[in-house]
Design a binder for this molecule. Structure first.
Ligand SMILES: *[C@@H]1O[C@H](CO)[C@@H](O)[C@H](O)[C@H]1NC(C)=O
Ligand SMILES: *[C@@H]1O[C@H](CO)[C@@H](O)[C@H](O)[C@H]1NC(C)=O
Ligand SMILES: *[C@@H]1O[C@H](CO)[C@@H](O)[C@H](O)[C@H]1NC(C)=O
Ligand SMILES: *[C@@H]1O[C@H](CO)[C@@H](O)[C@H](O)[C@H]1NC(C)=O
Ligand SMILES: *[C@@H]1O[C@H](CO)[C@@H](O)[C@H](O)[C@H]1NC(C)=O
Ligand SMILES: *[C@@H]1O[C@H](CO)[C@@H](O)[C@H](O)[C@H]1NC(C)=O
Length: 315
């Protein structure tokens, strides 16, 4: 199969070059290869945030926000804190999280972006005044994420209210909106797809609320890999949109199907925020070596893109 060939060529090529190459954050932006952007996931406490900020290799920091209290003070006021349900305490508030990222970015050549995953409409609305008070000094990418539509497989989590979510987001016209589906996957549930109905529900709330910001759709790897046609339909229906492929540790994922999805959509229209072992299985050699910064070989990237294009035409 041609895809197999592509990955073989890519790996042979990268092994054959005498130095492994490194795609730096600024270069990633220059070359617009969103798939090469590196992620840290669930950065919901102070020590982990500190180590992520110190890591040159990371470009995007994903973190979750819930309502709760701080473990670092006696104050029992419920505020937006960094944490994943069912957690409702943290040593890091949303406000402090944003200050720490801002502080790092002001003093570093390699600025990092953040993806803020709001778990309920209540915590999102409670966070608006915090975001607004910081917004003027925020000069790094901020993605605002929520699951706003019910999704596979018969997910029962209550989605974040889409209308109230878009209303709040309207305050931040240069944010990226990351809007997804609730999911119920893994464990005994080994198969699922994003159906035409799921896609249509998302298109409906977009049509009703008419957001003006750039949109990315977070999709769960194991489910998206089985939904190629509907993923294409989704991206074709929303101008300049992209996929952000995420996965939970231990999710069942058909790696070949996921590779096909990524190469069909194109490396410039997908972000890949999956656990390291799954990322490694994808065989996307963007490099992560500790060698000094230098340009990624442009012919390699152009070659890869041309092969992708041919591949797309063949499929
Ligand atoms: C990368 O994308 C940005 C905006 O999407 C665009 O302005 C820029 O020209 C692109 N860079 C390259 C090298 O294509
Ligand atoms: C901080 O977060 C990381 C990643 O989610 C986790 O592995 C670690 O146990 C957390 N540390 C504390 C002190 O909660
Ligand atoms: C507790 O925290 C809230 C929210 O940050 C703040 O408005 C309030 O003044 C604090 N109370 C005390 C006693 O510090
Ligand atoms: C946090 O969760 C615990 C256990 O579920 C619960 O007892 C407590 O009331 C919650 N605290 C807040 C502030 O919601
Ligand atoms: C989801 O719902 C459909 C329709 O009610 C049903 O056929 C299917 O078995 C359900 N799947 C799971 C995993 O619950
Ligand atoms: C999509 O991107 C192109 C090129 O960056 C731009 O010209 C166009 O206005 C964008 N369309 C929408 C609907 O944002």
């Amino acid at each position: 199969m041609l895809l197999q060939f592509l990955f073989t060529v890519a790996s042979v090529f990268s092994m054959a070059s005498s130095h492994s190459f490194l795609v730096r954050s600024s270069e990633v932006t220059d070359f617009n290869i969103s798939a090469a952007i590196t992620w840290a996931h669930a950065v919901n406490n102070r020590s982990y945030l500190e180590s992520c900020l110190a890591s040159e290799d990371l470009k995007m920091i994903e973190a979750d926000i819930v309502l709760g209290t701080l473990t670092t003070s006696q104050n029992s006021t419920v505020i937006p804190i960094m944490g994943h349900p069912p957690a409702n305490t943290s040593d890091l508030s949303l406000e402090h999280f944003l200050s720490m990222v801002k502080e790092h970015n002001s003093n570093s050549f390699y600025a990092k972006g953040v993806k803020l995953d709001f778990k309920t409409i209540e915590v999102f609305e409670a966070s608006l005044s915090i975001l607004q008070s910081k917004w003027s000094e925020i000069d790094f990418p901020v993605w605002i994420n929520a699951d706003i539509v019910p999704g596979p497989v018969n997910a029962t989590t209550i989605p974040v209210d889409p209308t109230r979510f878009f209303e709040g987001c309207a305050l931040f016209d240069d944010a990226v909106l990351s809007i997804g589906w609730t999911t119920n996957f893994g464990g005994s549930i080994k198969k699922g797809t994003y159906t035409k109905g799921h896609i249509q529900s998302m298109l409906n709330v977009i049509e009703e609320n008419k957001p003006t910001q750039k949109i990315t759709f977070p999709v769960r790897a194991g489910i998206a890999a089985e939904s190629l046609g509907n993923m294409q339909l989704l991206l074709q229906s929303v101008a300049n949109s992209s996929l952000t492929i995420w996965s939970s540790e231990g999710d069942p994922v058909n790696v070949e199907h996921l590779k096909t999805l990524i190469m069909t959509i194109g490396l410039g229209s997908v972000y890949i925020d999956v656990p390291k072992d799954l990322f490694d299985q994808l065989g996307l050699y963007f490099g992560s070596s500790k060698t000094s910064p230098r340009l990624p070989p442009l012919p390699y990237i152009l070659g890869l893109m041309i092969i992708c294009f041919i591949n797309l035409a063949v499929i």
